[in-house]
Write a protein that binds this ligand. Structure first.
Ligand SMILES: [Zn+2]
Length: 618
């Protein structure tokens, strides 16, 4: 996922009793494991619900296990049946525990006779945390309703009853019905030529963890971008998206050259409406992506490199729990940089690495000590909160450090073999470290001590000797910014005509937190940043201009926040408003009007910011 919810949703302390193998799941995989899922669902737009059956194939591990325990959240369970080898159904007793705010409701199914399959008849609720339902008016083309899922981290349980832990992998098949004219897609092989007859079938033959279950349905057109890639999007968006992502095959080939064959068959991209809460989600065979990267010049295509990289780091070799999620995101951010370098050049890859390293240097000091560790004590961290910039940017910085110490050829050889050795399995930080110790550190002595490697993983902060890339263009921008701020260079004299998105991001990121108002007005007069269609630039510009006290940007900032539900791009603007009483009142009014268009996750994150501001906390 390309996420960085820049503002944590609030740490959550789990009771000690929840400290099983995966503290964010009720599943008991040592008793019984789900090996395959058959879904038969109908998409019900008027009731904002998916309804039907989930049939789980089971591998009973403990001969005395009395029950199958599943994760659910806000599901309406109608009945549960055990199926014998001949497919005969027997009703099973079940109990749904009271809803836990973080984990949902534990579903205990009494099954002492250990049926090979269990079928659950159920429906989702309109408030399902992993689904968003949009009215036609909330879509780009205003013709049909739209729905999509976002299962990572622990939201699959809000639309399928299952063992919702990344340690448990299963294959799946699905039969999904929908109104005619609607196209349904899933995280499986999709057929671009499928008729829009309201009846779709899917097959995911590779075992995947539950957070990679995905579905979307709506007015979705398709355009091929290569021999094994296509773009799916609303009809008015699909052409622009196909142009922005026309290098997809080049990106796949570059990654295969580095890390071996692409294992999943097709690599399609679904561009969602702007309310999608994340940048992208690496659903197998079909990445789900924000439209905010469609800026016309391919400058934000590293999002595709990131999601594609997950086809190796994350989807192929998966973190076994949310505490280990840096194995997905840190490795992926590193691989993303390598793909960017191979296809777009080292200068751009170095700029992106520097942007993320500088942002981390700024933010890490404000985090609790435990959250600064790559492998934190999971008791202090909620599942969604574990997807922080530490997992992404400290994780990738660690791998860049290893690459520098061991040399690119040696490091590449290890990483490629690591993906191969652990393909289609879920592993812990400690299993990865054991592999790294044997096959990299001990195999090539004298490059880096084992204590140094462990310090990256288990200690807070960033090691002092962490290497940083250099960028001549960023150095020039540092000089220009300094001259502009001390008054020796007018805003209009900035050499910004040729700046790409990353260079504007870097210029704005390193302005003072609350710049002088006069400086912001000069900048806007010269470069017309207010109203920018580029949301990466907009987020940074509005945050700084609001902090500087520039009321003239408020209306455009509100428009930005209303239009974009991607948390990383909209939460910082809310936070900037929330810093003063007048701004907070304005943001609360803006939120009240925009709320219905936001994803449940975005709603929760914004409400947390506004609540904390009202209570006078940061
Ligand atoms: Zn990611």
């Amino acid at each position: 996922m390309r996420a960085i919810p820049a503002l944590a949703l609030g740490a959550l302390v789990l009771p000690l009793s929840a400290l099983a193998a995966d503290p964010h799941s009720y599943a008991q995989p040592e008793q019984v494991r789900v090996t395959h899922l058959d879904l038969d669902l109908a998409v019900d737009f008027p009731h904002k619900a998916l309804g039907g059956t989930a049939t789980l194939s089971l591998d009973w591990k403990n001969p005395k296990a009395p029950a199958l325990v599943l994760d659910t959240r806000d599901l309406k369970i109608a009945r549960v049946e055990g199926l014998d080898a001949a497919g005969r159904a027997t009703a099973l007793k079940f109990a749904l525990a009271p809803r836990d705010k973080e984990l949902g409701s534990k579903l205990t199914i009494q099954a002492p006779k250990h049926p090979g399959k269990v079928r659950i008849v159920y429906a989702t609720s309109p408030q399902a945390s992993g689904l968003q339902w949009l009215t036609p008016a909330q879509t780009a083309d205003k013709k049909l309703p739209f729905m999509f899922s976002q299962s990572e981290s622990i939201h699959a349980r809000s639309w399928v009853p299952l063992q919702d832990s990344p340690a448990i992998r299963f294959t799946y098949k699905a039969h999904v019905t929908a109104p005619k004219d609607v196209r349904v897609v899933m995280s499986a092989l999709n057929d671009a030529k499928h008729p829009l007859d309201g009846d779709f079938r899917f097959d995911q033959p590779h075992p995947i963890p539950s957070y990679l279950l995905a579905i979307a349905a709506g007015d979705i057109a398709v355009k091929e971008t290569g021999p094994r890639s296509a773009v799916y999007a609303e009809p008015s968006v699909v052409g622009k998206a196909a142009h922005e992502f026309e290098d997809t095959e080049k990106l796949i080939e570059a990654t295969e050259k580095l890390y071996g064959p692409y294992a999943w068959g097709r690599y399609d991209i679904l561009v969602l409406p702007p309310s999608f809460p994340y940048g992208g989600m690496e659903n197998p065979d079909m990445t789900f992506a924000t439209p905010t990267v469609l800026v016309g010049d391919k400058s934000l295509v590293s999002l595709v490199s990131h999601e594609l990289a997950h086809s190796w780091s994350g989807n192929l070799v998966t973190a076994a729990s949310w505490r280990d999620i840096w194995l997905n995101e840190g490795f992926t951010t590193y691989v993303q940089g390598r793909i960017t370098e191979a296809v777009y050049g080292k200068a751009l890859a170095d700029e992106e690495a520097l942007l993320s390293a500088r942002a981390l240097q700024k933010s890490i000091g404000e985090m609790p000590e435990n959250s600064q560790k790559l492998a934190p004590d999971p008791r202090g961290v909620g599942a969604d909160d574990s997807l922080s910039d530490v997992a992404y940017d400290k994780g990738s910085w660690f791998l860049r450090t290893l690459e520098e110490r061991f040399g690119r050829a040696t490091f590449d050889e290890w990483l490629k073999a690591y993906f191969h050795r652990h393909a289609f399995t879920s592993i812990t930080t400690e299993q990865m470290l054991a592999d790294m110790k044997t096959n990299l550190v001990d195999a090539h002595p004298g490059k880096m001590s084992w204590d140094q490697a462990r310090a990256w993983v288990y200690q807070s902060g960033i090691p002092k000797d962490a290497p940083l890339p250099t960028s001549a263009r960023f150095q020039a921008i540092d000089k220009e910014r300094a001259a502009f701020l001390d008054g020796t260079l007018d805003a209009a004299q900035l050499d910004a005509k040729g700046w790409n998105t990353q260079e504007w991001m870097y210029f704005l990121d390193r302005l003072p937190d609350a710049p002088p108002l006069s400086k912001m007005k000069q900048l806007d007069a010269a470069w017309h940043l207010t109203g920018t269609p580029n949301a990466e630039i907009g987020m940074r510009w509005y945050s700084h201009a609001i902090a500087a006290g520039d009321r003239n940007v408020w209306e455009d900032a509100r428009e930005h926040m209303t239009r974009i539900g991607r948390m990383y791009l909209t939460l910082p603007v809310y936070k900037a408003f929330a810093a003063t009483p007048e701004g907070l009142a304005y943001a609360e009014a803006a939120y009240a009007r925009a709320k219905d268009g936001y994803h449940p996750m975005t709603q929760g994150a914004i409400e947390s910011i506004l609540r904390k501001a009202r209570q006078g906390k940061k």
